[in-house]
Every structure is written in structure tokens, then in C-alpha cells.
Design a protein around this ligand. Structure first.
Ligand code: RIB
Length: 305
């Protein structure tokens, strides 16, 4: 088992459940409200740790109660947090999430301290990176920092798994040094300029992304499963039907599952199947880190296939 470093966001998710997401200008009654630790970076770190991976988190929280709670929660799940900075100049990041009855959601992220993550944070943790097997990142911290970290990881021989979420257009040079790119259809569209909906379009997008120099491309398709392009071969893994409660963090669980499987020495195709199991199970429970499945559950679901 190796070491995984996740550089990314920590948000406190402010989650409201409602029958239906309101239209602009409309007021509706909610069913309940809760705070749940989230943030794509922290979710992916927790997802991998719950599946048995040794994970260290890099990022920033504010000097506030949300920051404390998020770090305690990550620690309790086995993620190393002592390198996460406490930023006196910004509040902890938040995400206001509305979940409707069919599990669909809307999310507004206010970056706070995540927006203060700096190139220096990467350089100060070069020792940690030097001992890592994988560096996992998303787009919820400033993009120049992500670009810098990719270059550092490449120089150190660390494999970068990049989940460019939420989607921003970046040029091809940004992706140089990325080992594995994991995108959903929206992110694939933003990066390629192609219209991406469904399996055939995902194949085209994966080819376009591979042409940018990324050796392993995965396009996640929600209920349509996930598509892998590696070594000139496509593999599509469908999802199995489950009772969907909330899709929040399903993509993060997928990435945690992917990294955990690769860390255990599984092949890319096996890792894709394992990641799909983790992502699927995460949709059956409300919330971000509250929904991330444990190893026993994912292993059992994987074996049932
Ligand atoms: O991917 C889900 C996450 O996106 C939520 O936890 C929220 O914090 C936003 O960052």
C-alpha cells in the first residue's frame, strides 16, 4: 500500500432537503436542514481513507468552528490533516446544497479559505509529495496552484489523478503531467468544446482528451456508468440499479474508489469497476462525507457483480 496526497477543498455543506428545487424567485418549504462535512478535496480524501488507503490532506480551513469540525471529521475517518493550514484571513469554505426528492441537487460553493490555497502550500509539502504514489486534485482551489502541483508531481514521479470539477476550460499545457483525468459529461464538454451526452459522445471526448497527452481518461456518465480509455482500449462499466437518495459526492466516492483500487494493485479495468461500485453506493445515502461507503460494503458490492 502506498501513500496518497489529496490537495483540494474542504467545505462545510449546508444541506436542505425539499420536494422540489425552487425556480428563480420562488419560495418553497424545505423538509429539513443539516450541516455535513464536504468539499470535493476532503470528500475524495475521506472516500479513499474509508477504503483503506493512507491519505494525507493538503488545503486550508478558516480559524472557525466549521474548520475545526471538518478537520476532526476527516481525522476520524483516518485522513491525515496536520498539514492543512488554518487561514486567519478567510472563513472556511461552504457549499449551500439543495437536494430534491429524486436525489438531484444544486450547489453554490463559497470558497473562503480554499481560495487562499497557494503555490507555497505545495512547495512547503514537497517532502510529503516526494513519498506519495498518487496526488489527487480537483478544481476547487486556485488553478495556478493545481498547475504548479502537477508540475511538481511530474518532476517527482508521482502519478496525478485530476478531477477538473467544477468545470473550467484549461489549455492543453495544463494537463501535461496528468496521469489520469476523471471527468463527467459537463467537464468533458468544457475541456474539449464537444457536446458530450451519452456513451458515443463520451468516446469522442475521451479520444480528444487523450490527444491532449493524458494517458488514462475516464468519463463518468452518472446512471450510465463510466467509460475508460487506456492503452488504446475502451472499457464501459454500467451501473447497477439502486435506490437513489442523493447524488452529492458520488463522483468523489468514485475517485476514492479508483485510487483505493489502484493502490491495492488492481488493473485499471478492475479499478474502474470498483470505483463505479463506490460511486453507486454513495448515491444511496444523504450528504457528502456521510454517504461515502466503507470498504466492506464496496468489496461486497464489487464481488456481487
Ligand atoms: O462533490 C460534492 C461537493 O461539491 C460537496 O461536498 C460540496 O462541498 C461541493 O464542493
Amino acid at each position: 500500500m502506498g501513500n496518497v496526497v489529496v490537495l483540494g477543498s474542504l467545505n462545510m455543506d449546508l444541506v436542505v432537503r425539499t420536494e422540489r428545487i425552487p425556480r428563480p424567485g420562488e419560495t418553497v418549504h424545505g423538509l429539513d436542514f443539516r450541516t455535513v462535512p464536504g468539499g470535493k478535496g476532503a470528500n475524495q480524501a475521506a472516500a479513499a481513507a474509508r477504503l483503506g488507503v493512507q491519505v494525507e490532506m493538503l488545503g486550508r480551513v478558516g480559524e472557525d468552528a466549521f474548520g475545526q469540525e471538518m478537520l476532526q471529521n476527516l481525522n476520524a475517518q483516518g485522513v491525515g490533516t496536520h498539514r492543512v493550514r488554518h487561514d486567519a484571513g478567510a472563513p472556511s469554505g461552504t457549499a449551500t446544497i439543495v437536494v430534491q426528492a429524486d436525489g438531484e441537487n444544486t450547489i453554490i460553493v463559497v470558497p473562503g479559505a480554499n481560495g487562499q490555497v497557494a503555490v507555497q502550500d505545495v512547495d512547503d509539502n514537497r517532502d510529503l509529495l516526494a513519498n506519495a504514489d498518487y496526488l489527487v486534485m480537483q478544481f476547487e482551489v486556485p488553478l495556478p496552484v493545481v498547475r504548479h502541483a502537477i508540475a511538481q508531481a511530474e518532476a517527482l514521479g508521482v502519478r496525478v489523478v485530476l478531477n477538473p470539477a467544477p468545470a473550467y476550460a484549461v489549455d492543453a499545457s495544463f494537463l501535461k503531467g496528468v496521469y489520469c483525468l476523471v471527468v463527467n459529461e459537463t467537464e468533458a464538454e468544457t475541456l474539449t468544446g464537444l457536446s458530450v451526452s451519452g456513451l458515443e459522445a463520451a468516446r469522442e471526448a475521451a479520444l480528444a482528451l487523450r490527444a491532449l497527452g493524458v494517458p488514462v481518461v475516464i468519463v463518468t456518465l452518472g446512471a450510465g456508468g463510466a467509460l475508460l480509455l487506456a492503452d488504446d482500449e475502451f472499457t464501459h462499466v454500467p451501473t447497477r440499479p439502486v435506490s437513489v437518495v442523493d447524488t452529492t459526492a458520488a463522483g468523489d466516492a468514485f475517485i476514492g474508489g479508483l485510487v483505493a483500487a489502484l493502490d491495492r494493485g488492481m488493473s485499471l479495468v478492475e479499478a474502474l469497476r470498483y470505483a463505479t461500485c463506490a460511486g453507486t453506493l454513495a448515491t444511496t445515502t444523504l450528504g457528502a462525507q456521510t454517504s461515502l461507503p466503507l470498504r466492506a460494503a464496496v468489496d461486497a458490492f464489487y464481488r456481487e457483480e
